[in-house]
Design a protein around this ligand. Structure first.
Ligand code: PRP
Ligand code: ZN
Ligand code: MG
Length: 225
């Protein structure tokens, strides 16, 4: 496989960051048409290919140099970084800047009837999460032992389903917790969307395009402040 001469940017295919990611690139003057069936969208007016993938895959694609840029939540980036550091696989990327969307927090939450004092209330209990690494780091820093319940989705239903005593999941409006009879007890990580670049040395023209996109992003974000 030859290295692409076109700039590859990975964005979330469907989810919280998708619309804002596309909007940001459009406001930077990148013109493209999205075909829902296709993984790749070619920009019409610049040598840029958009890869529309699962958000969880984006940090790894950038760290492995498969794509040049990625727009991703800091939460997902942080989780992948700890995971790779643990495994000793490449975990480097350059965070170009934080963006002005995708605000959320990774929090501990328990059922409404759970009487919670502090994180030690979870000692020896089972916690469902899609973020086992950030959770482990937090609990280790508090010296609390707990059991994992790793779920890629539907984390919020785990306590009611009898799979776990509490959860560690993303909270944005809080509607999901409320709908599932849970309440937030501790924020363990606060996150925004960000744009990251692979540490690959880029050919001059590609790096110039990255710089152009980044300076346009800076202008777009500044204009909204
Ligand atoms: C998160 C989380 C909850 C929801 C919380 O999922 O897992 O389901 O958002 O948001 P709320 O507080 O506004 O109800 P998200 O879609 O961000 O994660 P994913 O796309 O990685 O599954
Ligand atoms: Zn190749
Ligand atoms: Mg996801």
């Amino acid at each position: 496989m030859s290295e692409s001469t076109r700039l590859r940017i990975a964005i979330q295919k469907s989810g919280r960051l998708s619309k804002e990611s596309l909007k940001l690139l459009k406001s930077c003057g990148v013109k493209f048409n999205i075909n829902e069936q296709r993984l790749i969208a070619h920009a019409d007016n610049m040598p840029i290919d958009l890869l529309r993938v699962r958000d969880d895959d984006i940090p790894g694609l950038v760290m492995d140099g498969v794509v040049d840029l990625g727009i991703i939540g800091e939460n997902v980036l942080e989780e992948e970084q700890i995971e790779r550091q643990t495994l000793g696989t490449p975990a480097e990327c350059i965070k170009l800047r934080e963006l002005d969307f995708g605000a959320c927090r990774l929090s501990l939450a328990v059922p409404n009837e759970f009487s919670y004092q502090d994180a030690r209330s979870l000692e020896g209990l089972r916690i469902a999460t899609s973020y086992p690494n950030i959770l482990r780091r937090y609990m280790q820093s508090k010296g609390i032992t707990y059991n994992d319940c790793m779920l890629k989705g539907s984390v919020e239903v785990a306590p009611r389903a009898g799979l776990a005593d509490g959860i560690c999941d993303l909270v944005s409006t809080g509607a999901t917790l409320e709908a599932n009879g849970l309440y937030e007890t501790e924020v363990i990580y606060e996150s925004m969307a960000c744009i990251i670049q692979s540490t690959n040395t880029q050919p001059d023209d590609k790096q110039a395009l990255i710089n152009k996109i980044l300076s346009r992003i800076n202008a777009v974000v500044r204009a909204k402040e």
